[in-house]
Design a protein around this ligand. Structure first.
Ligand code: ADP
Length: 397
């Protein structure tokens, strides 16, 4: 079975064509700057790469272009579009409507539109991508895989906020959590790597990238997570502020005469390690600046490490202990010094890094000492393969 995995952003489209007989990635690529005259498509196959720069007015044209390339006599890996058995779409927000991945029907499309209210920046482009694929490949089944659905197993005491109950009932204000596809992949993979059943594990999964979240996964189910109603909550991130005293919002809006939109931009785009350092949202840049003596870059990194460590403690408490801590995504997989700084002081919960083992990037690896009661691992995430697996499962039913 061949599955096309599609991840649409507001001006981008990422894709992977996966042969599900052996989970081999046949081709993958990225379309950027959709709607602009100098849109760019980067297509990779068989160790080769092709770039196309041309105007791409909308996502439908982008999908068409990708399909043309996948079936191109030179750059293609299939003979015709008919070889694609199913398409799996990443969808950011499934609200309470989707506790698992789902076959997309007209009914589901309506539910997706309803969920857009929760993720006005992310869901609409996901929906545009689905519509484009349905229009171009009407015979091919399409599946939606949600960032939120893995966390639908959280108990109410974990997902409710201390606000009037009506806000939950009428407006759906609650913790949803994100990065669910990544946390779910890691939970499956760590059980495989450790050779144990995931039902027997208490995992703290640390997805640390531009956006970061932790999940407490007990017996294979998410029981709590650090992101909330939106992906703004938790530790400070590249440009997002993370958890702050909610009263700060009204105070700053009043004092600086900001609209809700402006305040939202301040917290999502101008805060985090960028806002603190004034240097960059990129952890590599921050590491370099801190090493060169930039104190605000140092502070931003210290805050990030401290907040991750503190949240690990909170999630360990939520599970009554922890058997394994996993690191994934850009910083989690590559940030050797970040992992050291985060784990410093976690010895009380039995987690102790091994300096030599921790000297590793981007591959499955045990990085704790043999004596460490709580194991620590690097597990590179793979959201695309999770989307492809779900898609295969659903269309094979
Ligand atoms: P996204 O959330 O956009 O998917 P990624 O998971 O790709 O983000 O993570 C991006 C972050 O990973 C950037 O801040 C980048 O600096 C960081 N990163 C990548 N390589 C390294 C490295 N070698 N050391 C520290 N951080 C790294």
């Amino acid at each position: 079975m061949i599955v096309l995995v599609v991840n649409c952003g507001s001006s981008s489209l990422k894709y992977q064509l996966v042969n599900m007989d052996n989970e081999e990635v046949m081709a993958k690529g990225l379309v950027e700057k959709i709607t602009l005259p100098d849109a760019r498509l980067t297509h990779k196959w068989n160790g080769r790469k092709k770039e196309i720069v041309q105007p791409i007015p909308d996502h439908k044209v982008a999908v068409k272009l990708v399909l043309d390339l996948l079936t191109d006599p030179e750059a293609g890996v299939i003979k015709s579009m008919k070889e694609i058995d199913a398409v799996g779409h990443r969808v950011v927000h499934g609200g309470e409507e989707f506790a698992s991945s789902t076959l997309i029907t007209d009914e589901v499309m309506k539910a997706l539109e309803r969920c857009s209210a929760f993720a006005p920046l992310h869901n609409p482009p996901n929906i545009i991508g689905i519509k484009a694929c349905r229009a171009i490949m009407p015979e091919v089944p399409q599946v939606g895989v949600f960032d939120t659905s893995f966390h639908q197993t959280m108990p109410p005491e974990a997902y409710m906020y201390g606000l009037p109950y009506e806000l939950y009932k009428e407006d759906g204000i609650r913790r949803y959590g994100f990065h669910g596809t990544s946390h779910r992949y890691v939970a499956d993979r760590i059980a495989e790597v450790m050779g144990v059943k995931k039902e027997d594990l208490r995992i703290i999964s640390c997805h640390l990238g531009n956006g970061s979240s932790l999940a407490a996964i007990k017996g294979g189910r998410s029981i709590d997570t650090t992101m909330g109603f939106t992906p703004l909550a938790g530790m400070l991130m590249g440009t997002r502020c993370g958890d702050i005293d909610p009263a700060i919002v009204c105070t700053v809006m009043d004092k600086h005469n900001l609209s809700a939109q402006e305040m939202d931009t301040l917290m999502n785009k101008k805060s985090g390690v960028l806002g603190i350092s004034g240097v960059s949202s990129d952890f590599r840049d921050l590491g370099e600046a801190a090493a060169a003596g930039n104190e605000r870059a140092r502070l931003a990194l210290d805050m990030f490490h401290y907040q991750v460590r503190k949240l690990i403690g909170a999630l360990a408490a939520a599970m009554g202990g922890v058997d394994v801590i996993t690191f994934t995504a850009g910083v989690g997989e590559n940030g050797i010094e970040d992992r050291v700084a985060i784990c410093e002081g976690l010895e009380y919960m039995g987690a102790e890094l091994d300096a030599e083992r921790n000297n590793v990037r981007g591959k499955d690896a045990l990085i704790s000492t043999d004596d460490s009661a709580c194991k620590v691992y690097v597990i590179p995430t793979n959201e695309e393969i999770m989307i492809a697996r779900d898609t295969k499962d659903i269309v094979s039913r």
